[in-house]
Ligand binder design. Structure first.
Ligand SMILES: [Zn+2]
Length: 106
């Protein structure tokens, strides 16, 4: 997955097109993410006891990653990501995500 929890994304299609928001959860199997305030679904909750009122709970539904673009926290643009292999002092290699626009590690 190119998108991680906590990322800021831009929605590029659908009814929330043009909106920027934060990724709350990533569902790698489905290639979908849950985004704050986007694709809201209303759920009716029945009262548990008599005399209590039923509630409507609003929860964001999953959005497919093809509808999103990542916003680079370094340059602030909607970008595509790339990967770079780096090695640390112990010569262990690790893959880091980079912004294709500014080249910074994100
Ligand atoms: Zn950037």
């Amino acid at each position: 997955m190119k998108i991680k929890k906590g990322d800021t994304i831009l929605i590029i299609s659908g009814k929330d097109k043009g909106r920027k928001s934060k990724v709350l959860e990533v569902l790698p199997k489905e290639q979908r993410v849950i985004i704050e305030g986007v694709n809201i679904r209303k759920k009716h909750v029945r009262p548990k006891k008599t005399g209590e009122k039923g509630q409507i709970i609003e929860t964001p539904g999953p959005v497919h990653i093809s509808n999103l673009k990542l916003i680079c926290p370094k340059c602030g643009k909607a970008i595509r990501t790339g990967y770079k292999i780096t090695s640390n002092i112990k010569a262990q290699e690790s893959k880091v995500r980079i912004c294709k626009k500014c080249g910074q590690e994100i």
